[in-house]
Design a binder for this molecule. Sequence first.
Ligand code: IMP
Length: 427
Amino acid sequence: MPLDVIVGTQWGDEGKGRIVDLLAAAADHVARFNGGDNAGHTVTSGSQVFRLHLIPSGIIHARVGCLLGGGMVINPARLLAEIDELSARGLDVSPERLRLSSAAHILTPAHAARDGAEEALRPGGGLGTTRRGIGPAYADKAARLGIRAGAMRDPTAFGRQIETDCRAAAARLERDHAQTIPDLGSVVETYAAYAERLRPYLADVGAILDRALSAGETVLAEAAQGTLLDLDHGTYPYVTSSHPTYAGALQGLGIGPRHTRRIIGVTKAFQTRVGSGPFPTEVHGGAAQRLRGSGENPWDEFGTTTGRPRRCGWLDGALLSYAARLNGLTELAITKLDILSGIDPLRMNTAYEAGALEDLSELQAAIPSYVDMPGWPDDVRTCRSWRSLPSAARDYVERVQSVAGVPVRLISVGPEREQIIDREAAT
Ligand code: IMP
């Protein structure tokens, strides 16, 4: 005991990395369980800004072990680039600290090529995927055609397997989409070299975590993306292909639920989305720009992975309550409360008509029921306790909590580590 799980309650980009960073200080292990390098976490530590795609943000804490679960899809080139960058910045990213599940699936050059080709065929401009090959990699996994990380134990055979897979995919891409896959000539050597470097990292992640939890160590499980992008329960088909939920954490790490202590849902104080799909509380023009920021700061609303400006809108409390139910949240963490300073009035959707959330594919037709709340002019970035927040800000947080039906424990008022208020630590 215990397992603490951190999930996003929106369409990703909620600031989960920040909350992981905060809680990792008291954890023994941080484990990522879904997705691949479609994700992006920005973590600020002093003057250093880390942008991570695969490796959990816990790596920044020297004594914490980091694990990549079997529910993930791994681009080996990207993983090695991250290992090299973190090492160059003085962090220990050795196989003693970082473990990769043998059950994770490997992204090949064919997956990225297929992602682009399939997007082009979809009506209405496609799903707006990150084009990292995530959907095709999970499709191959479900079709039982995928190549798992464990295959890297034999680098030469692995290189050949990747080549055979890519050549077959290339023929289909040529035939169906008139497209080619670049650099296939050296794919055996390239992937054999990746495997040579990555095989020391391979491990049975579920067994390691089970041993750790049984020995009383603390494990933080970290989701990528958000609940509303879940393949089963999100705004299908405008979703990712994995399970960024509490259930997805157990499945993606290969552990059972009995050690669970906290299930923390992270929500921004407003709503954002990148890519296509329904977003009933979206705003446009100046209001959207105000929430998005100019792009000058790393925490402005531009994609960490793709650089795309994020769509912005009012907090959707009805969807937050849906995410709370689906994940069995025990608490909420609200990020970016400081961004709302100076906006008056503030709006929040508190409900949709009965049945509107039965199938999130139909969400675009749902009509929000807004409440307007007074804003606050004050800069809250220096607030360090619940009581020091302006009363209108506390009212806003209380309203979020009552609409979601889950207590708000953590509130972030800026990008730095110390700009997080823990309501249980100080009043
Ligand atoms: P894919 O995961 O690249 O297949 O993209 C599917 C959808 O999920 C697209 O709308 C993406 O913009 C979105 N998406 C994927 N990863 C993230 C993320 O880390 N944050 C926010 N949106 C994401």
